[in-house]
Design a protein around this ligand. Structure first.
Ligand SMILES: *Cc1c(COP(=O)(O)O)cnc(C)c1O
Length: 444
């Protein structure tokens, strides 16, 4: 292919359009790959036109684009969609990440004394202030938090858990498996629907290391049930000298009932109940970055800090920066309402209807319908919140239209309901409306 310079490909608009998406390096690689392929078949005289080669490069770049982590517009109505990255973080949390990541920081440096400082002191201050716990620490995610606790206290010993709480939560986190990995022995008590304090009491032995409560997250047992309340278990733990741990999972720090959802047990309530340690995720209803937070009693926390595993489970500076800023939002009045999850919850039906009108005015055949949005992320599975969706009927099939939208330059993930496509406005940010409208127009 003499006369075909890399430069000609690079300056071709169809290829150059990929630069902001995949970067110059990936574009050059794709061109070289296509040219090399051509050279290797050159001997049999199979010359290909520039046009055909250009198409090959575009195909490679399309593929490359889906390998990158792309921003996606979530039109599913599932607010903490695990497959779409769970909680979007607040703008100020992102600013904090950028500030911490684009240069050096005082991550482990004490500026006042000019010596080594603690990586975690700042996070601990703000976490204890928000949760009311005397001590707190951060690890990579909530699964790591549970693992660290079991490894520290329960290796080769027994952990008593209610049978009703042995569940698998989002992302394949199964308490019995984590228990086994940590070398702890699971002692299940009660029946699936009924557990009493005396079940725990009878299971206590000299080998008992912990009693563990776990939030049933995405699972509910209803009907003829009995659970042991946290304060009862805490009292038993005190009498027996056994720490009681609660894995809260979702990490609500405010009352979700204020936002039209059922009340979800908050971290503060668990701490007030006297739990020795509680664990929760940073990127579920808390609305921060992926992280696992452990809050509780200082004498147990110091044993966790001395576990060598802590080094392997530690969080990076970007996570710490975003988490600290997110927690600061909780410390200012209504500050947490700047977190995208709470912005979504706060949107009124009037506001959503008003936005839906704009969609319907610009899109032929679109109509606004009432629907239900869900929290997702394994939290509050049964209870949705009323929402408004824009519904369109693509002539050539909803599934294919949905696929085209997923492959748009900013992918949009919509809901397919029979032959219609639904766009739930609660999870679409208002600033994304114009882009979504244009994308729907282009596929109809
Ligand atoms: C989600 C969840 C976890 C796992 O949290 P990650 O932060 O994803 O590791 C553990 N326990 C409970 C109860 C959960 O809901």
């Amino acid at each position: 292919m003499r006369g075909l310079s890399v430069h000609r490909f690079l300056s071709d608009g169809r290829i150059a359009a990929f630069e902001p998406l995949v970067g110059k390096g990936a574009i050059k690689n794709a061109i070289m790959q296509v040219l090399d392929r051509t050279r290797s078949v050159h001997d049999d005289g199979a010359e290909r036109t520039y046009e055909a080669l250009c198409e090959d490069v575009v195909v490679l770049l399309e593929r490359e684009r889906y390998n990158a982590l792309l921003p996606v517009i979530n039109a599913t109505g599932i607010m903490l969609h695990t497959n779409l990255g769970r909680a979007p973080i607040a703008a100020s949390a992102f600013d904090a990440m950028r500030a911490a990541g684009s240069g050096y920081s005082n991550l482990e440096y004490d500026l006042e004394h000019g010596e080594r400082g603690s990586r975690y002191a700042r996070a601990r201050n703000v976490l204890t202030e928000v949760t009311g716990a005397p001590d707190a620490m951060v690890v990579n995610n909530c699964a790591a938090a549970v693992l660290l606790i079991l490894d520290t206290f329960a290796k080769g010993r027994e952990v008593i858990v209610s049978r009703s709480q042995l569940i698998e939560v989002g992302g394949g986190f199964r308490l019995p498996d984590v228990l086994e990995r940590s070398g702890a022995q699971l002692v299940e008590v009660g029946a699936t629907n009924k557990v009493y304090l005396h079940d725990f009491e009878h299971a206590l032995s000299p080998r008992t290391a912990l009693m563990l409560r776990s939030h049933p997250s995405n699972y509910r047992i209803t009907g003829f049930t009995h659970e042991v309340e946290a304060p009862e278990l805490v009292a038993l733990g005190k009498r027996a000298g056994i720490p009681v741990v609660e894995d809260l999972g979702s990490g609500a720090l405010v009352d979700l009932a204020d936002y039209g959802l059922p009340h979800e047990r908050t971290v503060q309530e668990a701490i007030a109940d006297g739990l020795d340690l509680v664990t929760f995720s940073g990127d579920k209803v808390l609305g921060g970055p992926q992280a696992g937070i452990i809050a509780g009693k200082p004498h147990l926390m110091s044993r966790l800090r001395n576990n060598p595993l802590i080094r392997a489970l530690r969080v990076d500076k970007l996570t710490l920066a975003a988490l600290i800023e997110t927690m600061r939002l909780y410390l200012t009045p209504q500050g947490h309402e700047r977190i995208p999850f709470f912005l979504m919850l706060r949107a009124t039906l009037d506001q959503l209807n008003e936005r839906a009108e704009r969609y319907c005015d610009s899109i032929d055949g679109a109509k606004a319908i009432g629907t239900t949005a869900y929290v997702g992320g394994g939290s509050l599975p049964e209870n949705g919140i009323a929402s408004i969706a824009v519904s369109v009927l693509p002539q050539w099939g909803a599934a294919e239209a949905a696929q085209r939208l997923r492959c748009a330059s900013t992918p949009i993930v919509a809901r397919v309901e029979k032959d219609r496509l639904l766009f739930d406005l609660r999870t679409i940010a208002p600033h994304e409306d114009a882009q979504v409208i244009a994308a729907i127009q282009s596929i109809l």
